[in-house]
Design a binder for this molecule. Structure first.
Ligand code: NAD
Length: 281
């Protein structure tokens, strides 16, 4: 079984991006800039944002974090986004989710200029991705996609089963694999026989949020299994895939932690650089 090392893949991607930033700097005399807006003091969000800032600095991006207290008015945040939209030194804008209840998430997402939407959540980017046009692609599914391609460069005709239909993970993952000519089944909480669906799959991507949902006898021999889940349990952090069982059948499997997670941040940097490149055309 191939243990898909997301840490190593992310380090390789960051090294490539660092080189690219150096080239862009000498060509344009400026570097791509990422601005993150962090609202409130939720510890996981603070940790994510700190890691994003550290990685952005590591590859040579200009990085800025704007912090607001939980009580900030929605209007203040929307005005700041508009200001960043017209700031030429800002290539990518990310508003860290979740947001306090009084702030409308969709309004925030739709205020970000689609050409600076490094999360790929703006409806214009969602539409472009599903139409097969160039777009920002949500970071986690993009990371999954790059890991899958490392194992199997030619995905044409493969049967993929996506477990979970969130806008963040399942739906964009489906679009990425469709574009690769996979036959994709998207499953969710109302799917009748999830085990039977998974048993058909050459590729399984599990993004559910239920610890160890995907069991060893759900997985065809030689399947590639990507585990997006991050679940806190009494036994520590586990994924949506039962690692010990599935590792006995699968051809390749991502661990949790150390699989998809590190790729998510590396793909955020990639998206920022891609937004910068598109803005220079
Ligand atoms: P979500 O809650 O938005 O969506 C979960 C999906 O799972 C839903 O579409 C639901 O229909 C489906 N589902 C629920 N129960 C099911 C069942 N019994 N069988 C089949 N499908 C079922 O979740 P999300 O935001 O997509 O996140 C999923 C997991 O991925 C979470 O554990 C989250 O922490 C993790 N995550 C990891 C990263 C990363 O960087 N590795 C990034 C984002 C999310």
């Amino acid at each position: 079984m191939i243990l898909i090392d997301g840490k190593k893949a992310a380090a390789e991607l960051r090294a490539e991006l660092k080189e690219e930033v150096t080239e862009l700097k000498s060509k344009h005399n400026k570097v791509p800039g990422l601005t993150v807006i962090l609202i409130g003091d939720l510890t996981p969000s603070q940790i994510y944002v700190r890691n994003k800032e550290k990685s952005a600095n590591e590859v040579g991006l200009k990085s800025e974090v704007i912090k607001y207290p939980d009580s900030v008015e929605e209007k203040t945040v929307l005005e700041k986004i508009q200001e960043l939209n017209s700031d030429e030194t800002v290539s990518g804008i990310l508003v860290q989710l979740p947001l306090p209840k009084h702030i409308d998430k969709q309004k925030v997402i739709e205020t970000i200029d689609p050409s600076k939407d490094v999360d790929g959540f703006h409806p214009m980017n969602v539409g472009n991705l599903s139409s097969g046009y160039e777009s920002s692609i949500p970071c986690t599914p993009l990371g999954c996609y790059l890991l899958i391609k490392k194992i199997e460069p030619n995905l044409s005709g493969k049967k993929a089963v996506i477990v979970g239909r969130s806008n963040l993970n399942g739906k964009p993952m489906t679009q990425l694999l469709l574009k690769e000519n996979c036959t994709v089944t998207i499953t969710h909480s109302k799917t009748k026989d999830l085990k039977a669906e998974c048993l058909e799959a050459d590729i399984i991507v599990a993004a559910v949020g239920i610890p160890e949902l995907v069991r060893g006898d759900w997985v065809k021999k030689d399947a590639i299994v990507i585990d997006v889940g991050i679940n806190k349990t009494d036994n520590g952090i586990v994924g949506d895939v039962h690692f010990d069982e599935v590792s006995k059948n699968a051809k390749a499997l991502t661990p949790v932690p150390g699989g998809v997670g590190p790729m998510t941040i590396a793909c955020l940097l990639k998206n920022t650089i891609d937004c910068f490149k598109r803005s220079q055309i």
